[in-house]
Design a protein. Structure first.
Ligand SMILES: Cc1cc2nc3c(=O)[nH]c(=O)nc-3n(C[C@H](O)[C@H](O)[C@H](O)COP(=O)(O)OP(=O)(O)OC[C@H]3O[C@@H](n4cnc5c(N)ncnc54)[C@H](O)[C@@H]3O)c2cc1C
Length: 486
């Protein structure tokens, strides 16, 4: 393989070099925002370190709907600039990572109102126009009769017709790992499970305290520029008294594909202004999402019974004859959107970003998975004021793909261990192998084999391996606790 190793062993080396080290840029947070910024930084020749308090992509960047999209819904909010920017990024990513970012057809069925029909018709038309030369495939109309022929289980009552349009699907955590891997090849130093405290200015450098959650080592770091890419945790890195982020929670459920058998991705319209999506992943369909304010612990976000009831109600309204029930649900996931703090209905909150520069201490808030590159470039313009450009940036970077889905299970485990630094069984099962979500038994049928491979690579003792399995089972349980109160 032509990858730079990113493993527990490279991590050990990086940790040993951390005490009192000096950097051009330290990036806090290894979600999509941090990964995108890191790649832009190393592409300019800056000595860059990225640290995450947990696993890479373990925050919102592995909890999305996995759509690299323009955001049809944002047209309704008049947010044309965001949609145009995102459509261009959709094209870029589908070309750069074709095995990971895949073009997909979506049906948008319209019920009840001809006014709604016209609105969606205008929406999909504008979507294609705004994409221009970066379009995937043009939309087309389906009559009610055509929809009923293809989507046999769909509710025919008050169905007016619908539109097929295109967007891309992606496995979000693999997108993050792919960008990080590319940045490491260009010189990025990185480590997961290292918590960083907000910086303080000390002459020319910012000083930061770091705590390695694994070795329990801690110390200080120095950097000319610090970029916080901490998503919903951004409020902890905010110098002003104002709250920056208003997180809203989004939940997805996974059911077997054969329960609905829809031939394309599917938009589930709803009367409350939200739209839900059903997307296929192999033998499974994932459906979501909810959008509700969240004020509890950002590190403990799970689906609750109200979320599940809401999603099942929407599905069963559109597919009334099959009665999808809680028993059909194989897995769930829940994440927090790092939305800019504003008043109003959660679904109407802006998906735009805010980048605050306090003399080289840069805080990146908001944004979307799809537009990570645009956000990163804006942050870099701010960082350049303090660092200058050491390298002429390469405009045609080849992205590494860290996505081994077509390999045997054994090869996948080996590859992910060597190229993406998983340290726990949950890291591997949830964000690399995708087995927690997309397997009838959440990967438990292969848990002995996988954990043994991991133990032998990482040097776990038998009791450590057992504990890792216990932790993974607990993780499955926490994500299924909604079933106790439904
Ligand atoms: C339900 C849902 C569906 C979505 N669907 C889509 C979609 O389909 N398409 C799309 O484009 N966007 C979508 N989004 C939005 C997108 O997922 C987010 O905007 C994006 O993932 C945010 O990435 P981030 O890197 O800013 O934050 P995160 O991924 O949360 O990363 C922040 C990181 O900072 C780390 N961190 C925090 N504090 C510290 C500290 N003190 N020290 C070290 N590290 C720290 C965290 O551990 C975390 O890994 C969706 C979001 C949600 C919630």
């Amino acid at each position: 393989m032509n990858y730079t190793e990113i493993s527990k062993f490279t991590r050990d080396e990086i940790i040993s070099q951390l005490p009192n080290s000096k950097w051009d840029v330290i990036i806090i947070g290894g979600g999509i925002t941090g990964a995108g910024v890191a790649l832009e930084c190393v592409n300019r020749g800056w000595k860059t370190l990225l640290l995450d308090k947990c696993d890479f992509a373990s925050g919102t960047s592995s909890k999305s709907s996995g759509m690299v999209h323009g955001g049809l819904r944002y047209l309704e909010q008049g947010n044309f600039k965001l949609v145009k920017e995102a459509l261009k990024e959709r094209y870029f990513l589908s070309k750069k990572l074709p095995e990971l970012v895949k073009s997909n057809r979506f049906l948008f069925p319209i019920y009840n109102s001809w006014w709604m029909y016209l609105k969606v018709k205008l929406g999909v038309f504008l979507y294609d126009v705004f994409a221009g030369k970066f379009n995937l495939k043009n939309h087309f109309r389906l009559t009610k009769k055509q929809i009923l022929e293809k989507y046999k289980l769909i509710n025919p009552l008050n169905l007016k017709g619908g539109f097929i349009y295109s967007d891309c699907l992606v496995s979000d955590s693999h997108l993050v790992l792919s960008i990080l891997s590319t940045a490491v090849q260009k010189g990025l130093a990185l480590a997961n499970y290292v918590k960083v405290s907000p910086p303080t200015k000390n002459n020319l450098y910012y000083e930061l305290k770091w705590d390695d959650q694994v070795s329990k080592l801690s110390g200080k770091l120095n950097s000319k520029v610090v970029i916080s890419c901490t998503g919903v945790w951004s409020n902890n890195f905010n110098l002003s008294k104002n709250k920056l982020i208003r997180p809203t929670k989004g939940v997805h459920i996974v059911i077997p594909y054969n329960r609905l058998q829809i031939p394309t991705s599917f938009v589930l319209p709803s009367n409350d202004g939200r739209i839900l999506f059903a997307n296929r992943m192999g033998d499974f369909l994932y459906i979501g999402t909810t959008d509700t304010d969240f004020q509890a612990n950002y590190d403990k976000v799970y689906a609750e019974s109200e979320d599940i009831k809401y999603i099942l109600k929407k599905v069963n309204e559109i597919f009334p004859t099959i009665n999808i029930s809680p028993n059909d649900i194989i897995s769930t996931w829940a994440g927090l959107r790092p939305l800019l703090d504003n008043d109003g209905n959660p679904s109407q909150l802006s998906r735009e970003e805010l980048i605050i520069d306090n003399e080289g201490y840069i805080n990146m808030c908001g944004g979307k998975l799809t537009t990570y590159r645009c956000m990163a470039k804006k942050a870099i313009i701010k960082a350049e004021k303090y660092l200058g450009i050491l390298n002429k940036p390469n405009k045609t970077i080849q992205l590494n793909s860290i996505y081994f889905i077509n390999e045997s299970l054994e090869t996948q485990v080996e590859n992910y261990l060597k190229t993406s630094m998983p340290l726990t069984l949950i890291d591997l099962m949830e964000r690399r192998l995708n087995l927690y979500r997309f397997d009838e038994n959440n990967g438990m049928d292969n848990i002995e084999f996988i954990s043994e491979k991991m133990a032998s690579y990482l040097g776990w003792s038998p009791s450590e391996r057992k504990q890792q399995i216990i932790n993974y089972k607990e993780y499955i349980k926490l994500n299924h606790d909604w079933a106790l109160t439904i």
